[in-house]
Ligand binder design. Structure first.
Ligand SMILES: [Zn+2]
Ligand SMILES: [Zn+2]
Length: 292
């Protein structure tokens, strides 16, 4: 089991605090959900997509359960949609489901699919799904009833800002189940096309594009304003930024310690005195000092 606090991106945490400090925000979110779009979307899905199971396309379905078990979340429903555009999403409030497109499956190898599914499961683990849905409904223009009135746009932009930061946390979740390189590879496919084109892509050189982007963005107020105008309507950060962030995290002590702890947990070795997970390489228990 993994806790969100072990990997959540600090900008996600900060943006969420900001979002929840909007006066009346939880009530707004609840109101939008009460409109019943969840059930509408669930119905469309049930009727038009293929629900995967141990007996329905198990070669795809079987990727999901071990990831859920490792992360310690309830298994969501899992759907395949025929759509050449590579995409994956997680929706639902009372009934959560993950949906992947045929275009995504055609583009990803097994490891990369694990990374994508672990990213989606990260949204569930971090309780992102509810607010993501509200963001989605607002951007679909579903406030035509005018419930939110004049605050609809500002709330939508605040949600989209948070949503871009939430993606960074979920990329981290993807790299806990696979590795930062595999997560970066999935983004290479999404940004540059299938493996036959992007297999030899230099991920580090690509990540540097994010620094070049920052230089452009920070070159004076007007350039910054233009870039803000472009990004404020997006629900995902630019892929070069995501690659840079996840590769950077892969080098951090937080990631290395987390992976070591997970490895110790799965190897099952415990200290005879304090019963916490220990590594074979330790001469002494790092928790209580007992000689091993
Ligand atoms: Zn996501
Ligand atoms: Zn101990």
């Amino acid at each position: 089991m993994i806790r969100p606090s072990e990997f959540i991106h600090p900008e996600d945490e900060a943006a969420l605090r900001q979002l929840e400090s909007i006066p009346g925000f939880p009530a707004i979110a609840k109101k939008v959900l009460e409109l019943g779009y969840e059930k509408m979307q669930y119905g469309i899905n049930m009727a038009s997509s293929i629900r995967l199971s141990p007996t329905q396309l198990p070669n795809i379905y079987n990727h999901l359960p071990p990831i859920c078990e490792k992360l310690g979340i309830d298994e969501p429903e899992f759907y395949l949609e025929m759509n050449p555009f590579p995409n994956a999403c997680t929706s639902g409030d009372t009934r959560i489901f993950i949906q992947v497109t045929s275009g995504l499956l055609e583009m990803m190898d097994d490891e990369e699919l694990d990374a994508v599914l672990a990213h989606e499961c990260g949204h569930i683990l971090c309780h992102h799904v509810l607010y993501n849905m509200v963001a989605q409904y607002l951007s679909m223009g579903l406030d035509k009833l005018g419930i939110l009135g004049a605050v609809a746009k500002p709330v939508e932009y605040a949600l989209l800002y948070w949503s871009r930061k939430a993606e960074l946390s979920c990329d981290r979740c993807g790299s806990i189940i696979t590795s930062p390189e595999v997560v970066a590879r999935t983004m290479a496919r999404l940004a540059g096309g299938p493996k036959k084109l992007t297999a030899s892509l230099d991920l580090h050189e690509w990540a540097k594009q994010a620094d070049l982007y920052d230089e452009i963005r920070n070159d004076g107020l007007w350039n910054k304003t233009l870039q803000i105008a472009v990004t404020m309507g997006l629900d995902h950060p630019f892929s070069a930024v995501r690659v840079r962030e996840v590769m950077k995290w892969g080098e951090s002590a937080q990631y290395k310690n987390l992976m070591q702890n997970l490895h110790m947990q799965s190897s099952g070795m415990k200290c005879p005195r304090c019963h916490k997970a220990v590594s074979e390489s330790w001469a002494y228990c790092k928790h209580c000092g007992m000689k091993l």
